[in-house]
Design a protein around this ligand. Sequence first.
Ligand code: C2E
Ligand code: MG
Ligand code: MG
Length: 555
Amino acid sequence: MSVNIPEKYADRLVSMMQLDEDAIHFFWSPKDNVTIQLAAKFFPENVKDPLDYIRESGMVDEQSLPVFDVFCAKIESGILMGIETNSAGTDVSVKLPGSDDFVMCHLYALFLRDEDNKITDIHFNLRQYSLKEQFDRDVLTYFTSDKNPKLYSRRCANTIKANPDKNIAFIQFDVERFKLINETYGVDVGDELLQFINDSLAIVCTEEQPFCRLTADVFMIVTTFETQDDLVAFIHKMESMLCGYKNMEYRLVFGVAVVDDRTVHTRRHGDNASLARQLIKGNALENIGFYNTNMKSKLQKKQAIEDDMHKALLNGEFVMYLQPKHSIKTGKIIGAEALARWQHPTKGMISPGDFIPVFEENGFILKLDTFIWEEACARIRSWIDNGIPPVPISVNVSREYLQTYDVVEKVTDLLTKYDVPIPLLELEITESIDGTGVEDVVKRMKDAGFTMLMDDFGSGYSSLNMLKTTQFDVLKIDRSFLSEFMESARGRKIIEHTISMSQDIGLDIIAEGVETIEQAEFLSECGCDSAQGFYYSKPIPVAEFDKRLVEVNMK
Ligand code: C2E
Ligand code: MG
Ligand code: MG
C-alpha cells in the first residue's frame, strides 16, 4: 500500500480486511469528513464524502442510481442512528477511472461501530464482477431471492427455528395498483420498478431477514422483532427506502402475520400475511394490516363480489336508483342523484358500501360508473321525449381513475349520443386525502361546461384545502357533518358559517342526509335551500322517481 495513513486510522484499517489487489479500496471517516484512498486512486484529492462524490460525479449509471441511493440512505441512517449489521453491499453499474463504459461492480461497506452501534468509520471496497461472477450472480439471483419459493420457505423455517425466544413476523407487501403503473408508464418501467424494489430489499434486509419476490409485484420478508412498535417502525423505514424510484408516485400495501404457532408450515403464515394485505388494500388511511382470525370470511365476501361482477353487468343486475333533491322552501324536486344498486339473483340487494370499495380497487368502478352515467343520460332523454320537464341528475365520478381516464371525453360523448344539454348532467367528486390531480381534472371539466359538485364535504380529510385549490360549483354538506354538528350550539354556528362562507366565495350549497324537519328548517334559516335525504325520499327506482317528479313538479 503506497498511501500515508494517518496514525489514528492505521490501527483500525489493518484489522479490517485483506486488501484485494483487483478492487478499489477507500476508507471514510464521516465524523472527521476524511476519505483515504488505498491502493488505486479513484477520487481527486480531498474528497470529503465519497458516496456523495460518486453520486454527483456521474460515475453511476442512471439505471443504478435509485438502488445506489437506497444504499447511501442505509449508511446515512447507520451513521445517524446506529446499525445492527457489520456490513452492507450492493451491485452498482459504474464508470471506473480511465474507462468510458459502465461496468457492473459490487460495492461493499464494512462498518466500524462505537458502543451505541453508530458507525464511526467505513471501509469500502468496489470490485468489478468478472464474467463468470456475473453469470454466477445471475444464476444465484434466479434461484434464491427471485424465483424459488421452496428454498425461501426453508430459509423462513430456519429463521423461526434459530430464534425460539424472539417474536417473528411474516410481512408481505405489494405495489398498490401496480397494473395502473404498467398502463401509465409502460411495462418496462414497471419491471424496472420491481427490480429496484428487489435490489433495495437486498440492502435493507439483513442476513436474518430473508426476503423473496413471490409473484409479479408481491414480496415477502420474514423478520424477528421485539415490540409491535418496533415492527411498524421497521416497515415504515423499509417503505421510505423502497418508495424513492425516479419520483414516481406509488404506495406499498403491507400485510403482517405474527407467528403464534411455530409448528405449522411457514406457508400458512405467508397466507395469513397475504390475507391481511388484501384486506387493507384500498384503505386510504392505512397501508399496514395485521392478520386476525376473522379476516377469512371478509376476504371470501370480497372474492365472491369479484367473481360475480362481470356477469352482473352483462345480466343487468346493476340498476340506477335516483334520490330526489328538493328545494326546502317550495318542496319541488330540483334534481336527483344517481346511485348504483346491485340486485343480486341469490343474495338480494347489495349496497354500494359493500361493492364500491372493491370496484375502486380492482378498476371495475370504471365500467360501473360509465354504465350509470349512460343510464342517467338515457333517463334525461326519456323525460324530454315524454314531455316531463327534466331536472339535472348528478352522477358520482370515482376519483380513482381521474388521472388516467378521460372522463371529460367519455361524458361528453354520452351527452352527444343522447342529445342531452350539458347543464342536465352534473358530476360529483368526493373530497379526499390527497387532492393531487383532482384540481386539474375538475378544471378541465369546468372548462368543458360541466357543473362540478364536491361530495361529502366535512366528512374529514382536507375539505378546506380542496376548496382553496379546486374550482367546484356546488358543495354537498355530508350527512355526518350535518347530524353531528347540529347537536351543539357551537356546531350549529359552524354549519351556519360554512354555508355563508360558501356563498361568499360563489359556491352553491346542498345538504345531504337530511332526515328530519328540524334539520331542513335549520338549513333554510342558514340560507341553504337545497336538500337531499330520507326526510324527502330514499333513493328509489327510476319508474317511481318519474311518477313522483310528475306529481310534485307538475301539479
Ligand atoms: P354519496 O355519493 O355520498 O351518496 C349519498 C349516500 O347517502 C347514498 O348512499 C344515499 O342512499 C345515502 N343517503 C341519502 N340520504 C340519506 C339520509 O337521509 N340518511 C342516510 N342514513 N343516508 C342517506 P348509497 O346509495 O348507499 O351510496 C353510498 C356511496 O356509494 C355514495 O355516497 C357514493 O360515494 C357511492 N356510490 C353509489 N353509487 C355510485 C356509483 O354509481 N359510482 C360511484 N363511483 N360511487 C357510487
Ligand atoms: Mg354522491
Ligand atoms: Mg355524499
